[in-house]
Design a protein around this ligand. Structure first.
Ligand code: CDP
Length: 236
């Protein structure tokens, strides 16, 4: 299958076009904050608990709160049923998600506390770490966790010899590179930068530019989702 034909991608998108994204803030009643997000073929639920006393006590930091993100892929989220439970990949994604969030949350306000973020991937079609971070950020804001900015994440990469925004599953599998990033959109501070595959320095610059532009579009959707929830709340 050709990944790029007449300027169009396998799913008909242009090179700088995002997949359709839908964000809902606060769908869960029992978590302190939550977010449901659909992004192309990805479906993600994120829930936030805390800040609360970190347990066991030896994990407490007397200077700040710790962020404990847990990324999990449901076994039914991929075509070859995934073996349930943590693996290397989910540990890695949990770690980079915690680190991205830690850099925007005012952690110094909650010494000895932990803020738990659970990310459940219900359906996966590439870019789930970006979808997870984007959903976690909205869930954090919904929980009222003080943050310098609402982080947002998106990937760009190379498929069909073209630098493209937001790779879909087939492009991720058969393409040449994938560069997921997360930023704080007010300052464009980079909170996450990874790369899988090969690109020239110029192509990396081009991919970063595309991904940052994508992040800004998604940041607007995050804000809209939060405003919609709190507008409805006020009306009730
Ligand atoms: O999801 P993301 O792009 O952040 O991470 P990845 O490790 O690059 O995985 C790319 C895609 O491969 C996932 O989104 C899934 O669609 C698929 N995948 C899978 O089918 N089975 C797994 N055990 C892991 C990933």
């Amino acid at each position: 299958m050709e990944l790029m034909k007449d300027g169009k991608r396998t799913d008909g998108r242009k090179r700088d076009e995002l997949r359709p994204i839908k964000i809902e803030a606060g769908p869960l009643y029992r978590a302190n904050g939550s977010c449901y997000l659909e992004w192309g073929g990805n479906k993600v639920m994120a829930a936030v608990y805390g800040p609360k006393e970190a347990i066991p006590r030896h994990i407490q930091d007397p200077r700040k709160a710790i962020i404990e993100a847990k990324y999990n892929m449901a076994s039914f989220s991929v075509s070859d049923r995934k073996r349930p439970g943590p693996d290397r990949r989910s540990r890695e994604i949990s770690k980079i998600t915690s680190e991205a969030l830690e850099n925007v949350v005012l952690v110094e306000m909650f010494p000895r506390a932990s803020i738990e973020v659970e990310i459940e991937i219900l359906d996966a079609d590439a870019g789930t770490r970006c979808a997870g971070i984007t959903a976690a950020a909205v869930a954090m804001a919904d929980a009222g966790i003080p943050m310098r900015d609402i982080p947002v994440s998106c990937a760009a990469g190379k498929a069909g010899d073209t630098v493209v925004l937001d790779l879909v599953g087939t492009e991720d599998m058969k393409g040449q590179a994938d560069v997921p990033i997360a930023i704080a959109p007010r300052t464009d501070d980079i909170l996450l930068l990874q790369m899988d595959g090969h690109m020239t320095a110029e192509e990396i610059d081009e991919a970063l530019e595309l991904a940052i532009h994508g992040c800004h579009q998604i940041a607007e959707m995050q804000k809209e989702a939060l405003m919609t929830k709190y507008k409805t709340f006020e009306e009730e």
